[in-house]
Write a protein that binds this ligand. Structure first.
Ligand SMILES: NC(=O)c1ccc[n+]([C@@H]2O[C@H](COP(=O)([O-])OP(=O)(O)OC[C@H]3O[C@@H](n4cnc5c(N)ncnc54)[C@H](O)[C@@H]3O)[C@@H](O)[C@H]2O)c1
Length: 262
């Protein structure tokens, strides 16, 4: 027996798919046959992802969307329905980390709140708008992207830690409320993932990177596509009895009991 994931005829909205994990997820979903909707504040990145999908023979549309704006989010859902007629999967991937790594008692209020706004409020707003459509059809799957920082606290990014812990609990609350409507809500918690931003940022510091890797049992950061694979699983019928779950994709980082300095 050959087991495969086939999303042909299904439509997935993947927020923040203009780069990184979201882009890898959009490309993987298109390979699985899905129509892909790509809302991002970075319209250029969103268009680039959509072009890559169309060049490969898939269907995709890009749009400028700020997930913290209910006006933008409502427009995102309307555009998806106008173009593809239905929304089967929502991946709440758009997210930011703090601009200022510093103790919580020094972080500026504006920066602290913006991370909570994009990561938590954005997830709630998109899920709210999309689930109203899914409830009408009594089916759908939502996957929220948290972080291992929502499971084990990191120093100097308290807003990110709080936001991602919030996303994990929000996932469970949504799963309970949407289960009677046959809609599953799950979460993926990525560990350190080698997106372009992370490679050029944190991993450019060789000393930091070497230390970080000693805390990851598999000894390397994740490729964005490896996170996308977890997202695809939770978006598929293979996960038909899974809801309210957080799938940790971290090369074993959270399994370790070491004291972590990075
Ligand atoms: N890369 C990692 O190591 C890592 C680890 C754990 C969790 N994550 C999470 O994975 C998700 C993707 O991260 P990434 O590493 O690919 O980052 P990234 O910066 O490459 O991608 C994030 C995307 O979200 C978009 N975005 C930001 N704010 C937005 C808003 N208000 N509205 C719409 N789009 C917005 C950005 O333009 C960008 O395209 C995030 O939720 C992040 O917190 C990443």
């Amino acid at each position: 027996m050959v087991v495969s994931i086939n999303l042909r005829g299904k439509t997935a909205i993947i927020t923040g798919a203009g780069s990184g994990i979201g882009q890898a997820t959009a490309l993987l979903f298109a390979e699985a046959g899905a129509n892909v909707v790509i809302p991002d504040v970075n319209l250029k990145g969103a268009r680039d992802t959509a072009s890559q999908i169309r060049r490969g023979g898939g269907n995709a549309i890009a749009m400028s969307t700020d997930v913290t704006s209910s006006k933008d989010v409502d427009k995102m859902v309307r555009s998806a329905l106008d173009k593809f007629g239905r929304v089967d999967v929502l991946v709440n991937n758009a997210g930011i980390n703090t601009k200022f790594r510093m103790p919580f008692y020094e972080q500026p209020e504006e920066d602290w709140l913006r991370v909570i706004e994009v990561d938590v409020k954005g997830t709630w707003l998109c899920a709210k708008a999309v689930s109203l459509e899914m409830i009408k059809r009594k089916s759908g799957r939502i996957v929220n992207i948290a972080s291992t920082a929502g499971i084990a606290a990191l120093r100097l990014q308290s807003n990110f830690v709080a936001a991602k812990a919030g996303v994990i609990r929000l996932t469970q609350a949504m799963a309970m409320e949407l289960a009677p409507h046959h809609i599953a809500v799950n979460c993926v918690a990525p560990g350190s993932t080698l997106t372009e931003g992370v490679r050029k940022g944190l991993y450019a510091n060789k000393a930091w990177a070497e230390k970080m890797l000693t805390y990851i049992p598999l000894g390397r950061g994740a490729e964005p596509r490896e996170i996308a694979q977890g997202i695809l699983f939770l978006s598929s019928d293979l996960a038909s009895y899974v809801t309210g779950h957080t799938l940790v994709v971290d090369g074993g980082w959270t399994a370790g009991a070491q004291v972590r300095d990075v």
